[in-house]
Structures are given as C-alpha cells and as structure tokens.
Design a protein around this ligand. Structure first.
Ligand code: PEP
Ligand code: MN
Length: 309
C-alpha cells in the first residue's frame, strides 16, 4: 500500500496536479493531504479547512483513488465523514492526547470508518496501543498504525528517530494490525527516504506513506522532505520487495556480518584491556618505588603517623 500526496492541501490546483501525477505512475494506492494542520508554532500555515475536503472529493473522482485526511477532533470527523473521505488518520500530536482520541472515538461510534493511527510523538508504545484500543472499543475495527518516528531532544540524524523496536513490539502485541511506515516525517529530508523505506519493507510493513508535492521547494509545510511525483516514482522503483526466502538469506548474511563485527570489536576490547593492564602495572610499580622512597626519607624519624597518600 503506497499512500502519497502533499503534506498540506494548499490550493485546488496544487492538490489536483500532484494527485494526477501520482495516480499516473500507477504505483500509488491512496492520496493523502492535510486539511487541518497541527503546527508546532502559531503563525505557520494551519491548513485550508473544509474547502479542502471539496478538493479531495474532486481528486477522488478524477483519479479513482481513495483519499485520506488527518482528523484531530469531533468537528474534523464530522466534516470528513460528510465528504465521504475514505480513510481518516490521527496525527502524532493527537495520539498523545487521550482526551482527543476519546473524542474522535466517540464521534466515530456507529460508523464503519477506516482509521490509521500515527504513533505519538514520544516513544510510548502504551499510548499508541491505548489510542487503538479506544477506537476499537468504539466499534471501529478497520484500523491500521502509522509509524512516523519519535521526537528527541537535541541533534539527530533524523527529524524523528525511527526506534524500530517500537513498531516491532506493536506487531508482536497486535499481529493482525497492519503497520504503514511514514519515512517523510522520520527523515525530515529527501536524502534518507530510500533507506528508511527499504528498511520498512524489509521489516514487513504493510506499506508506506510518503509526502509528495508538485513543487516541493514552494510547499507551505514540510518542504524539505517532500518529493515530486516523478522522484517518488523513481524512489519506489529502487525499492525491493523481498520474498521470504531472499529475506531469510539476507538476514542470515547480515547476522553473520554483525557477528563478525562483534568478534572484531571483542578483539579490540581485549587488546585495549590488556594495554590498560600493562599501563596500570607500570603505574603500580612506580607508585611502590615512590612509597619506598618516602618511607626511606622518613625512616629514622619514626614519625609516619599519617597514611601515605
Ligand atoms: C503530516 O502527516 O503531515 C503530519 C502532520 O504528520 P505527524 O502527525 O506525523 O507529525
Ligand atoms: Mn507533513
């Protein structure tokens, strides 16, 4: 499952041009766009709101592809359902807030909506599972998770650290839950998208959600990480869907390489430890000589009352 589309719906033309180009590749299975944008600081572009739903409807008619938008409260759910948006997704900032998730879950009661839940910004698997549980308790059974990485303080290679062990643990706890990876928000740039996407496929994720914009450099949000539909197609063409046989061959090869690396590091550690012991021996020897000299100096005076430092 490849979900692609702009971070934000900005204008009808931008959304339509992007979506048409994505659909033309034949590789995209769903179009995404943020209509209501949860921005870190006020004053940034916060989404076009309800008119964007009209554009999404047009995109669906034009491309024949299902569409998905982010919802964060009761009103968003109400409007999105009114416009027959196929899939609703809950953003990372919302998943971290049980009040908001509960509000969304209640707004969805009695519907057969499909909901994708992004991981919360903080690396708390229970909060992620809890959000899925709240929806499930409301009768929503068509659920999937989106792994978009986890925030951290200070400089990191990633915009949001993938902490792969967390989605893997989610898969262990709820094996039937499909998990989609969102490399765009993990990377925060275009460079690492192929590596993260391939890793997700190797880990048997159910799909990818990648941000794509007809003119990324002019995007109103997340411009550093968005790719043109053309570049997305190139990226998707480089990805390898490994069969279980190739997969286990690669895994055992990787395991062997890692074991060799560990052996080499062990050798280095042993060498370092033995070098350390030699230096410690020398320093103990010198210490003894100094103590002896000190004792000789004091010998005769018999006033060695304080312990030798
Ligand atoms: C988005 O998908 O554009 C978005 C805001 O994502 P997240 O909730 O992962 O930050
Ligand atoms: Mn975004």
């Amino acid at each position: 499952m490849i979900i692609a589309g702009p971070c934000s719906a900005e204008t009808e033309e931008q959304l339509m041009a992007t979506s048409k180009a994505l659909a033309a590749s034949g590789k995209v299975s769903m179009i995404r766009a943020g209509i209501w944008k949860p921005r870190t600081r006020p004053g940034s572009f916060e989404g076009v709101g309800v008119p964007g739903l009209e554009w999404m409807k047009a995109v669906k008619e034009e491309t024949g592809l299902p569409v998905t938008v982010e919802v964060a409260n009761f009103k968003h759910v109400f409007e999105a359902l009114k416009y027959k948006i196929d899939v609703l997704w809950i953003g990372a900032r919302t998943t971290g807030n049980p009040f908001s998730v509960q509000e969304i879950a209640e707004a969805l009661k009695g519907t057969d909506a499909t909901v994708f839940v992004k991981n919360p910004v903080n690396p708390d698997i229970d909060l992620w599972v809890g959000a899925l549980e709240r929806l499930h308790k409301s009768g929503i059974s068509k659920l999937a998770a989106i792994h978009r990485g986890f925030g951290s303080y200070g400089k990191s290679k990633y915009r949001n650290d993938p902490h792969w062990q967390i989605p893997i643990e989610l898969k262990r706890r709820i094996p039937e839950l499909p998990i989609v990876c969102d490399p765009s928000h993990i990377c925060g740039n275009r460079v690492c998208l192929p590596q993260i996407s391939q890793r997700a496929l190797d880990l048997d994720f159910a799909g990818l959600m990648i941000e794509s914009h007809i003119n990324p450099d002019e995007a109103w949000s997340d411009k550093d990480q968005q790719v043109t539909p053309e570049d997305l197609e190139t990226l998707l063409n480089t990805l390898v869907l490994r069969t279980p046989e190739i997969q286990s061959e690669i895994l055992s090869h990787t395991l062997e390489t890692l074991r060799n690396e560990i052996n080499e590091i062990d050798d280095e550690l042993l060498h370092l430890l033995s070098s350390r012991m030699k230096v410690a021996d020398k320093s103990a020897y010198i210490n003894e000589i100094m103590v002896l000299r000190y004792c000789r100096m004091k010998d005769g005076m018999r006033s060695l009352k304080k312990p030798i430092p």
